[in-house]
Each structure stands twice: as C-alpha cells, then as structure tokens.
Write a protein that binds this ligand. Structure first.
Ligand SMILES: [Zn+2]
Length: 285
C-alpha cells in the first residue's frame, strides 16, 4: 500500500480487550501505559471498542472512556462467565447508560462511559467452558433483552453452539436490532440463514481468517455482503499471520484487512473503507 493511501485511511478495531492485551504484553494496566502503547499503532488507527465482560472490567473500563479519545466500551457478561450475570450487573449497566444519556451530548465521545454495545454475550459450548448450558442461555437471553431495551448494539460470542444460537435468535432476537457476531467462525449455511432474516446483523472477522487452515472461515466471509462486514482483533488473542501465536493488538489490523480484501476481491483501501463505515453504522459512532 502506498504511503499516500495509508495516510488517508482510518480504522476502528471493532472488538478488543485492553486489560488483557496490556497484561499479556507484560505492561502495567494503567491509563498512562495504554496511551503509550496505543501510540505504537499505525497512524491510521483511530479508535477501538474495548469489550468489558465481567463486573470488575465493566467498572475498570471507565478509566479509558473518561480519559482517552480512542476508546469506546461494550459491557456485558461473557458466556465463560455466564454465572456472573445478575440483576445487579443489569442495574449497573442501565445506570451507566443513563449517565451517558444524561450527559446528552451529540457525540458519544463526550459521554462518560461511551457505552456502544451490550456483550460480549452468547453461548460457548467448547469443552473448557464448565458453565451449564441453561445458565449460558438465560444470561444470553437477558442481554438480548437489555440491548433492545437500551437501544444498544448486541455483541455476540458463539462457539460450537450454532444450533442453540439460532434457536435463541428465532425466539428472542428482534429483527431490527444491531448485532455484531464477533470473531465469526461459523458455517456458510448459518451465515446465509442469518443474512436472510436479520438485516442489521454484522459479521466480525479476526486474525483467524489469515490462517492457512481457515479456508472454511474465508468461505463464510465470501457470502457476507460488503456492507455487513467488520474487522476486529479480539486482542490479545488470535494474532494474524505473520504474528500468529503472538499477543495481538489493535496495531495488527492491516494484516487482517489484507486477507479480507483478497478474499472479497477488492483493494485493501476499499476494505478499510467498508469496515470503517460499517463499524460506525453498526455502533452508531
Ligand atoms: Zn472478545
């Protein structure tokens, strides 16, 4: 890519975890260290959505949204922590959103908590998740309802649970709700089914799509229209090639974009643009 194009391009990492990214990178988890760290990203890095998925993180995430200009926040309970979902958590989220609404700013960046999404929530049936399926399902359904109630984008994590995820979609997911299915690794069939029924569901792709072995993910990507695709790192996890196995961070997005552009047969510049516009539309930024 020419330098000239690079200067023009802006990108948003639509899903990352700042706390664990710093921790895994052996950096102290503080505001100052994040500011230093994010300066090492390419100039085209504009902002990221920091996903806070435990009660502790939901509280801690405030230091970034109140003191930086490059962090938004999604708040909820991850399926690996589904037993932590409670009325108290729900109350906290409602209060934080109210605080944002009361700030009554035209620009979400001027609100204290910058809450743009609920989640990540969903179902994770991989063998290391010891949380019972029923507990996962009920936490997921509650968070779908909360996203709808607060008019926020729903961030979904679904792993090895396509059948039950679809069942919950059919019963509980409002057709017009904005949804980000994050780190999408699902089948082509599931992708098509979702696209057909839900006009505001977007599919997020991480560094996984750059792995040689991820042919099926690229096949699923190929059926997603260009206005329904977003890029994300899910950092500190899933670093793209050539960093596979390393700790990922929002600075690595251009490597994922490159493979996405190749898969969709467009230029990198066009892919950057689509992902940027789509992320802004999806999260009302
Ligand atoms: Zn995540």
């Amino acid at each position: 890519m020419t330098e000239q194009i690079e200067k023009k391009i802006k990108y948003i990492d639509s899903h990352c975890h700042i706390n664990s990214t710093l921790k895994e990178s052996k950096i102290e988890v503080t505001l100052e260290e994040w500011e230093k760290f994010s300066k090492t990203f390419p100039d085209s890095f504009e902002s990221c959505i920091n996903v806070n998925f435990t009660p502790e993180l939901i509280e801690f995430g405030k230091i970034f949204t109140r003191n930086t200009d490059n962090v938004y926040s999604a708040v909820g309970i991850h399926p690996l922590n589904a037993d932590l979902w409670s009325e108290d958590v729900k109350k906290t989220i409602i209060e934080m959103k109210k605080e944002d609404d009361d700030a009554c700013k035209d620009n979400i960046k001027d609100t204290p908590n910058r809450i743009v999404g609920i989640g990540e929530c969903g179902l994770d049936y991989s063998h290391w998740n010891k949380i019972e399926k029923d507990i996962q399902k009920s936490a997921f359904i509650e968070q779908i309802k909360l996203a709808h109630q607060l008019n926020l984008t729903l961030v979904i994590h679904t792993r090895e649970a396509e059948v039950d995820t679809w069942e919950i979609f059919e019963e509980y997911l409002p057709k017009d709700l904005n949804v980000h299915i994050h780190c999408f690794t699902g089948t082509k069939e599931f992708t098509s089914k979702v696209l057909e029924k839900y006009p505001n569901v977007y599919f997020g792709f991480t560094g996984v799509c750059t792995f040689k072995s991820a042919k099926s993910i690229r096949e699923s990507m190929a059926v997603v229209p260009l206005d329904r695709i977003v890029v994300e790192t899910d950092s500190p996890y899933l670093a793209p090639v050539p960093f596979r196995g390393k700790i990922s961070n929002s600075g690595m997005i251009p490597h994922t974009i490159k493979v996405m552009a190749e898969t969709m047969n467009i230029t990198e510049e066009e892919m950057f643009e689509h992902c940027y516009e789509n992320t802004k539309r999806l999260y009302k930024l």
